[in-house]
Design a protein around this ligand. Structure first.
Ligand code: XBP
Ligand code: MG
Length: 222
C-alpha cells in the first residue's frame, strides 16, 4: 500500500526552468559576463543537474579556451542567481502544473504523507510554495530533501534515499513523481516506483523504467 508521495520540484510541480534560465542570464549580465543561455542551449545544459554544476559544465565544455571561473566565483554567482530566481517568483506569474494542487490536496485528505526530493535549494522550494500556494513548504510537505543536503545530485539516488530515510519508510511504500530522465534514474535507483509527467524541456527523453508516463497529473488515481 502506498503511504507517501515524493515529488520532484522543477518541471514536476511547476514549469520553473524558464524562471531559472532568466535568473541565470540576468546574473551573467549584471556581472558583465558575455554568457547567455538561449532555450536550445539550456535544453542541452539541463542534462547537468544543479545550477553550480551546470555553470561549471558549460565553461568546461563551451568556454574551455577562456580564463576559468573558480569554484568560489561560481558559488557567488549562483547565490545571486538564487536571489534573482526568488525575486522572479515573488513577482508572481508562475503556476503549478495541471492536476498538481488537486492531487496533493486529495493525498493529504486521504492521510498520505508528502515529501520533496529536489536538486534545487531550500530557498527556491520556499519561493515556489509561497508563489503557488501562498504557504511555506513545511505547511504542505512533511519531508523536504534539497540539493545542498546531499553529496551527489540526481541521477544519483541520494536525494530520494534521504527523503525515504526521513520518512522512515521503505521505497516499496512510496511513489515518486518526476519529469526528467535524470530524476527517473535517481528515483528508480532508490527503488521507487515512479510516475513521469514529461515537461517543457524533457518531452523527448527516454523514460523506460517508469511505472507510468502520463501527460499530466490531472485525475491521477491514488
Ligand atoms: C532541476 C535542476 C535545477 C534547476 C536549477 O532538476 O536541475 O538545477 O535547473 O536549480 P530536478 P539550482 O528537477 O531533476 O531536481 O540553480 O538551484 O541548482
Ligand atoms: Mg525535474
Amino acid at each position: 500500500m502506498t503511504k507517501a508521495l515524493i515529488f520532484d520540484v522543477d518541471g514536476t510541480l511547476a514549469e520553473t526552468e524558464e524562471a531559472h534560465r532568466q535568473a541565470f542570464n540576468d546574473t551573467f549580465q549584471a556581472n558583465g559576463m558575455d554568457w547567455h543561455w538561449d532555450v536550445a542551449l539550456y535544453g542541452q545544459l539541463l542534462k547537468t543537474t544543479g545550477g553550480k554544476e551546470r555553470m561549471a559544465a558549460y565553461q568546461q565544455g563551451q568556454r574551455a579556451d577562456e580564463p576559468q571561473l573558480d569554484q568560489t566565483r561560481i558559488e557567488e554567482l549562483h547565490l545571486q542567481k538564487t536571489k534573482r530566481y526568488g525575486a522572479i517568483l515573488a513577482e508572481g506569474g508562475l503556476s503549478l502544473r495541471a492536476g498538481v494542487a488537486d492531487l496533493i490536496a486529495r493525498a493529504s485528505k486521504a492521510g498520505l504523507r508528502l515529501a520533496i526530493a529536489t536538486t534545487t535549494s531550500r530557498p527556491n522550494v520556499g519561493a515556489l510554495t509561497q508563489c503557488c500556494w501562498g504557504k511555506p513548504p513545511e505547511e504542505i510537505f512533511e519531508v523536504i530533501a534539497t540539493g545542498e543536503q546531499v553529496q551527489a545530485k540526481k541521477p544519483a539516488p541520494d536525494l530520494f534515499e534521504l527523503a525515504l530515510m526521513r520518512l522512515g519508510l521503505p521505497a516499496s511504500d512510496c511513489l515518486a513523481f518526476e519529469d526528467s530522465r535524470n530524476g527517473l534514474l535517481a528515483a528508480t535507483r532508490a527503488g521507487l516506483r515512479t510516475i513521469v509527467t514529461p515537461g517543457q524541456y524533457t518531452g523527448d527523453e527516454d523514460f523506460s523504467g517508469a511505472e507510468k508516463v502520463i501527460p499530466s497529473l490531472v485525475g491521477f488515481r491514488l
